[in-house]
Design a binder for this molecule. Structure first.
Ligand code: FAD
Ligand code: NAP
Length: 321
């Protein structure tokens, strides 16, 4: 028989946005349910040092920070489900979500906090050599490249952090970027340029990940110069693709307005969607800031708005009696 769970506030996602919404929702007596998804704790669980989340004078570790956030949410009364939503019905309330094992979750309000996932280049060899030299997470896989030659592709904060992180394992790190300037924060750029283990290759894109050896693994990348069109080859043992993330909105694409390549559209300055009682927070609706603290902030806003929405609805029902 299908199991059904009902709550006043259903939250999809257990990153900083979802867990902050849960903490506020639980403390407001909404008895929230958080459906964790495939990445409990969200993106910060695949990084190491976090030094810009307020409240900690020393650097903290991403996985630890998310464990603490989860524990805080649990402590104030959140029900957490290890499940992933695969089907949605937001045509009426309660909103009805179905997990991949068939479990149904019903929410009087719904907070979507499904975040974002790594983007891939989509070039030859990338998929085939995934896990055999090509990765999207240096902090997860970097250890395997101890003493080896690696490249990191991208020019944002993630790419620069991954390149810096890889110098813990390798003395030969090359950052490959398609333009002649980085978009990452200046403080990170300063660290990158000061690090003698890192070389930057400007104006280059990867055309192909080249495999070889037995067992087959990455042996190099074929490059194209974005200015001249010149082709070149760079031998490498590992390649980390760090070109950004795509919002996890596939399950909502036929049901909600999506903008800017898949982000959920909200009323500016709020987490409110066009559907009453349905809110979106964190990276899934924010293509500009995409930080843990902004995700947590908009998670808080979503919970406060959900609480107000339910209170107003109750008031109107009482007034109508
Ligand atoms: P996410 O953290 O992406 O969490 C999304 C959640 O939704 C996950 O739990 C996932 O399992 C769940 N989910 C997805 N689909 C479903 C589904 N169908 N059903 C149920 N659940 C689902 N920011 C900083 O402020 N400081 C940093 O130092 C920093 N370092 C970073 C390092 C890296 C390598 C990366 C990738 C990002 C970093 N960021 C940093 C950005 C920060 O991690 C994100 O802004 C933040 O995690 C976004 O939080 P979120 O809750 O919106 O989404
Ligand atoms: P991002 O800021 O979107 O940067 C993506 C980078 O990849 C850009 O330099 C982009 O090049 C490049 N790129 C994109 N598509 C490409 C392609 N097809 N081929 C080659 N290069 C490509 O993504 P991000 O670095 O993952 O950061 C995402 C968000 O998380 C940001 O808001 C960031 O601030 C945040 N974050 C914060 C921290 C921190 O605070 N310490 C750490 C990590 C991430 P162009 O520059 O040419 O567009």
């Amino acid at each position: 028989m299908t199991e059904t769970h009902r709550t006043k506030m259903l939250i999809l996602g257990s990153g900083p946005a979802g867990l902050s919404a849960a903490i506020y929702g639980a403390r407001a007596g909404l008895e929230p349910i958080v459906v964790q998804g495939l990445q409990p704790g969200g993106q910060l669980t695949i990084t190491t040092d976090v030094e810009n989340y307020p409240g900690y004078r020393d650097v903290v570790q991403g996985p630890w920070l998310m464990e603490e956030m989860q524990a805080q949410a649990d402590k104030v009364g959140t029900r957490t489900m290890f499940d992933t939503i695969v089907d949605v019905d937001i045509s009426q309330r309660p909103f009805r979500m179905t997990g991949d094992g068939g479990t149904v979750y019903e929410g009087d309000t719904l907070v979507i906090a499904t975040g974002a996932q790594a983007k891939w280049l989509g070039v030859e060899g990338e998929q085939e050599l995934g896990g055999k030299g090509v990765s999207a997470c240096a902090t997860c896989d970097g250890f395997f490249y101890r003493g080896k030659k690696v490249v990191v592709i991208g020019g944002g904060n993630t790419a620069v952090e991954e390149a810096l992180y890889m110098t813990n394992h390798s003395d030969d790190v090359t950052l490959i970027h398609r333009r002649d300037s980085l978009r990452s924060e200046k403080i990170l750029q300063d660290r990158l340029f000061a690090n003698p283990k890192i070389t930057v290759l400007w104006n280059k894109t990867v055309e192909k990940f080249v495999g070889g050896g037995d067992p087959v693994g990455l042996v190099g990348v074929d490059l194209v110069d974005t200015q001249t069109g010149d082709k070149s080859h760079l031998a490498t043992d590992g390649a980390f693709v760090a070109i950004g993330h795509a919002p996890a909105t596939e399950i909502f694409k036929d049901h909600l307005d999506l903008i800017d390549g898949g982000y959920i559209e909200v009323e500016p300055g709020t987490p409110k969607t066009k559907i009453p009682g349905l809110f979106a927070c964190g990276d899934v609706m924010d293509h500009v800031y995409r930080q843990a603290v902004t995700a947590a902030g908009t998670g808080c806003m979503a919970a406060l708005d959900a609480e107000r929405f339910l209170a107003e609805e109750e008031f109107e029902l009482l007034a109508a009696e």
